[in-house]
Write a protein that binds this ligand. Structure first.
Ligand code: MRU
Length: 343
């Protein structure tokens, strides 16, 4: 798999996911504002990938400071962190990553610019590596729920492309596949931005893992025909009571799974759990540009000009619809998070 994001030649190199699957192109950012723009425009997306990319953006921002005044450096870094944190509101991994970078800066004596810049880069690179390891670990735990011959329905893209590598929901699939289990993934296309069709189908095909693409409104019929044994999705933020915010349409999949007696799992790193948000109602839901709904891939109109549009990027699945949360610490009940996870 091509890396989602990396540090290359003192730049942040981002695989431009808005062009996939047609083109594999990279965006080389020499400025933290370019990184922020890439997050806002979904060139890099998926909660863990957004967090890691923001951390690299902060490291890049630190290196852009060209003056010698160390007081000015602190003000510059406050601005860098603020700009990156303002890119997208729902994925808590973004704020988790920015806070972690801020803590590193606070713990580094402001005596040498070089040392501060180096420490921030080391931390961002450590986060990148950690994310892959965490996904591999949660993948192994999750593989236990997949039986040989199972078909798994997923929504959006919670794969290698949504993380620094390996993936969360697709990390579970990859781990089961690597164990030699026969399986098939059904990928919801995921309107309006088509992360399922463009990204999930692409990355599974690249890895030779069997995948069948369906439109979102086919999931019910698929379950009714007993073609799916379990659903696994990712998460952008998990509240303390186990409610999960994930890509719009996830809630519909969870309701359908409940109606058909099919287990519905969420795969996410512990960094996606936000114990400070008591329940799903407190999760900020991003609303995006109406053109994502009225136009096909930013060009052809598929709705009348001027029509009113509601375009929330995420929805909240209540904890009672969730069979388990697959993390790097094992599979947790959504109802036991505050006792199992320390804030
Ligand atoms: O708007 P996106 O593409 O950033 O939304 C991504 C999702 O909803 C993913 O399912 C979630 O971030 C988990 S990624 C491991």
């Amino acid at each position: 798999m091509v890396p989602t994001v990396e540090w290359k030649d003192n730049q942040v190199r981002i695989l431009d996911q808005s062009l996939l699957p047609g083109e594999v192109c990279f965006l080389d950012c020499t400025d933290f504002t370019c990184v922020a723009e890439a997050i806002r425009e979904l060139k890099v997306r998926g909660a863990p990938a957004i967090g890691v990319t923001a951390a690299l953006g902060i490291a890049l921002g630190a290196r852009q400071y060209s003056q010698t005044n160390l007081d000015g450096f602190q003000r510059h870094m406050d601005n860098v962190c603020e700009v990156l944190a303002a890119t997208r509101p729902t994925a808590v991994n973004l704020f988790w990553a920015v806070d972690r970078m801020k803590r590193v800066l606070a713990a580094t004596p402001l005596t040498s610019l070089d040392i501060c810049q180096q420490r921030l880069l080391e931390e961002a690179l450590a986060m990148l590596e950690e994310d892959v390891r965490v996904n591999q670990t949660l993948g192994k735990y999750g593989a236990a729920i997949i039986q040989d011959g199972d078909s798994i329905l997923t929504h959006c893209n919670a794969g290698a492309l949504a993380t620094a590598g390996y993936g969360t929901a697709l990390g579970v699939v990859r781990a089961a596949w690597e164990e030699g289990k026969t399986l098939r993934v059904f990928a919801d296309e995921t309107r309006p931005v088509l992360q399922g069709a463009r990204l999930t189908a692409w990355e599974l095909q690249e890895d030779g893992i069997p995948v069948t693409l369906i439109t979102d409104n086919m999931a019910g019929a698929l379950m009714q025909k007993q073609q799916v044994q379990c659903c696994i999705v990712g998460a952008d933020r998990i509240a303390a009571n186990g409610d999960v915010a994930n890509k719009i349409g996830t809630y519909s999949v969870a309701v359908l799974a409940k109606a058909h007696g099919i287990p519905f799992y969420v795969a996410a790193p512990i960094s996606t759990i936000d114990l400070e948000t008591p329940n799903g109602e407190g999760i900020p839901i991003e609303e995006r540009n109406p053109e994502e709904v009225t136009q096909l891939h930013g060009s052809r109109m598929i709705a009348p000009v001027g029509v009113s549009v509601w375009n929330p990027a995420f929805d909240v699945t209540p904890a009672h619809l969730i069979s388990g949360i697959i993390t790097e610490c094992g599979i947790l009940s959504p109802h036991e998070l505050p006792t199992k996870v320390s804030s």
